[in-house]
Design a protein around this ligand. Structure first.
Ligand SMILES: Nc1ncnc2c1ncn2[C@@H]1O[C@H](COP(=O)(O)OP(=O)(O)OP(=O)(O)O)[C@@H](O)[C@H]1O
Ligand SMILES: [Mg+2]
Length: 349
């Protein structure tokens, strides 16, 4: 009991009192005190030592411990809480204090790590954003100044320059819209309104919406064989429409002339549905695959910009799917094609 790894003020005081008692007993024996004298001596000093040590340890030790707790939890207790903590709750053992402090230290270092990562993320985002803004703004500036410097009178170029300036204004608006959407998704500001709907019907809607764009590249849309049986999912229809527009739009933008876009829908288990959008387009090299969902990441910046892309499409898609508590993945091979697959909740009545 005496050599305790987990001392409490009670145990410490008992240790002091019994050691003092033992020393006094030895000294009394050496000095030849009578038994009755010895008994009285022990009867008075041992409890007195116990009470005094206990009082002092509680007063000084726990005052320091309380200070540590106040510091690490950064709380201010009300008088009632203070009374409860001081008189009713069991006092923490020193080992418990050590565990609590270590836990606090590790929480602090985790939080610091998150803050550092967020800071890096924020810096990168700002750098990328200003870079993305610069390109269209400088182009607009160039066209407008050239027009003002006299090109406006030149019938051969004036309309062309204005058209190019307008194209860059549109690009700027798309960029702002996407950045706005991504930040609202991240801040949790966007409410998800889930409903039951047939996923194939939504895919057909998006095929119709993008059919003109696909026709320009002679790209055909279809469902994979065996995937036509209607499957009901439970998700935010408008957000999933946005996901499908992004993925199918990519399959056209990065698809080959005369190629195809295939949609497949699988009932993977009683809870999930897997939706895949595949193309036989340019594909993505292996080194780019883990990064395509990052904001502003593009495998080929020039090609993506020419196609009017902001590089935020897949980042938005990933946010939407993850906000549904689901996941998205990609498989791809250069010159063979790409498949983007995501899961959704199966609707069950
Ligand atoms: N189906 C695909 N085939 C080949 N590469 C793709 C495909 N989908 C996406 N990528 C690559 O991933 C990058 C990121 O795609 P993302 O949709 O985020 O941006 P974007 O299409 O360039 O622009 P945005 O979608 O914002 O208009 C693209 O620039 C492209 O390099
Ligand atoms: Mg895209």
């Amino acid at each position: 009991m005496f050599i305790d790894k987990n001392p409490t003020p009670g145990k410490l005081s008992l240790l002091c009192a019994s050691s003092t008692g033992l020393i006094l007993l030895l000294m009394g024996l050496i000095m030849g005190l009578k038994t009755i004298q010895l008994a009285w001596l022990l009867l008075i000093t041992t409890p007195a030592t116990y009470i005094l040590t206990r009082y002092l340890t509680e007063k000084f030790l726990y005052r320091k411990i309380k200070l540590i707790y106040k510091l690490i939890y950064q709380t201010k207790a009300s008088p009632q809480e203070e009374f409860f903590h001081t008189h009713i709750l069991p006092k923490p053992t020193l080992e418990q204090v050590q565990v609590d402090v270590e836990q606090w230290a590790s929480q602090q270092s985790d939080q610091l790590e998150i803050l550092r990562r967020n800071e890096k993320f924020r810096k990168e985002f700002l750098m990328n954003l200003s870079h993305e803004l610069k390109t269209p703004i400088f182009a607009i500036q160039g066209y407008i100044h050239t027009l003002l410097d006299g090109a406006i009178e030149d019938q051969q170029v004036n309309r062309e320059f204005l058209k190019n300036a307008a194209k860059n204004v549109d690009r700027l608006c798309r960029l702002i819209d996407d950045v706005d959407e991504i930040s609202r998704l991240e801040s949790g500001e966007i409410q998800f309104n889930k409903e039951a709907f047939v996923i194939q019907d939504l895919i057909k809607d998006v095929f119709d919406l993008l059919s003109l764009k696909a026709a320009q590249k002679n790209i055909g849309f279809d469902f994979k064989k065996g995937c036509e049986t209607p499957i009901m999912v439970y998700a935010d229809k408008e957000r999933i429409r946005e996901v499908l527009i992004n993925l199918i739009d990519n399959s056209i933008k990065y698809g080959k002339q005369g190629g195809y876009t295939l949609a497949s829908v699988y009932n993977t288990d009683e809870k999930h549905v897997l939706i895949e959008i595949s193309d036989n387009g340019i594909g993505i090299a292996e080194e780019h695959l883990p990064r395509v969902f990052e904001r502003f990441y593009r495998t080929d910046k020039a090609r993506s910009r020419d196609a009017g892309g902001t590089g935020l499409g897949l980042a938005i898609v990933k946010h939407i799917i993850e906000n549904h508590g689901q996941s998205i993945h990609v498989r791809s091979k250069p010159d063979i094609g790409s498949t983007f697959g995501f899961t959704l909740e199966l609707f069950s009545e």
